[in-house]
Design a protein around this ligand. Structure first.
Ligand SMILES: C[S@@+](CC[C@H](N)C(=O)[O-])C[C@H]1O[C@@H](n2cnc3c(N)ncnc32)[C@H](O)[C@@H]1O
Length: 215
């Protein structure tokens, strides 16, 4: 962990992180998203969950899949490995060596934590290693963040405090509004990828856009 970058209590305690996600408005949103992603993945695939956190996705996947993942947060990784008897690793999503060839590569709720350059690297790594499907699932900023009101300034501060993962400076400025996120999904976040081989479908669900790229 970078000692200069703060980490809030949510990212220090996997159980609190899970409660935080489950209680985030709208209720049951996490479960709805993960069921949806799991339905796209289906059965009998190798799945790499990059920046997996405490591996929530694993609970929703059909057991015929082979799940692997990594994250920089050692507490999350240790917790998930113990809870589900997995072999998740501590690795960086911007490092090509963190990835291995897999049928499905999932980038779930990670890109808004990264600056533009790091996003490009993460996306490029995902597409270079996916054999069949890439799933990018990202929240978009609510419209009120566009306003320069007192409420939006306070909300921005709260947002930034809750997003302190210990590795990145997550701010509203690097976040994306819905149409920006959609354009980024269409443009593969400006990563250098052979776009002609991928077919993209975008789904909107619980304040998130889910880009499903198949080939
Ligand atoms: C919002 S959480 C999402 C976690 C998980 N995908 C989920 O949906 O619950 C963002 C995660 O990204 C991890 N992370 C941040 N920067 C990373 C990096 N460069 N490489 C790997 N993981 C990173 C954090 O530790 C945190 O677990």
């Amino acid at each position: 962990m970078n000692p200069k970058i703060k980490q809030n209590f949510v990212y220090r305690h996997p159980k609190i992180y899970t409660i935080y996600l489950r209680c985030s408005y709208p209720f049951r949103a996490l479960s709805k998203r993960l069921k949806f992603i799991s339905s796209i993945i289906g059965k009998q695939k190798t799945v790499l969950d990059a920046a997996c956190g405490p591996a929530h996705l694993y609970e929703y996947l059909d057991r015929s899949n082979t799940y692997s993942g990594f994250d920089l947060n050692k507490t999350f990784i240790d917790y998930a490995n113990k809870k589900y008897s997995l072999s998740l690793e501590i690795k960086d999503v911007t490092d090509p060596k963190s990835f291995k060839k897999s049928d499905v590569i999932v980038l779930l709720d990670i890109l808004h934590h990264l600056d533009k350059d790091k996003r490009k690297k993460a996306v490029s790594n995902a597409f270079s290693n996916a054999k069949k499907i890439v799933i990018i699932c990202e929240p978009f900023l609510p419209k009120f963040f566009r306003k320069k009101s007192f409420f939006s300034k306070v909300s921005a501060k709260v947002f930034e405090i809750f997003e302190r993962d210990g590795f990145n400076h997550v701010t509203v400025e690097i976040g994306l509004f819905e149409e920006e996120l959609e354009n980024n999904l269409i443009n593969f976040f400006d990563a250098n990828i052979d776009k002609s081989v991928w077919h993209l479908k975008i789904h909107k669900i619980t304040g998130y856009l889910v880009g499903v790229y198949t080939r």
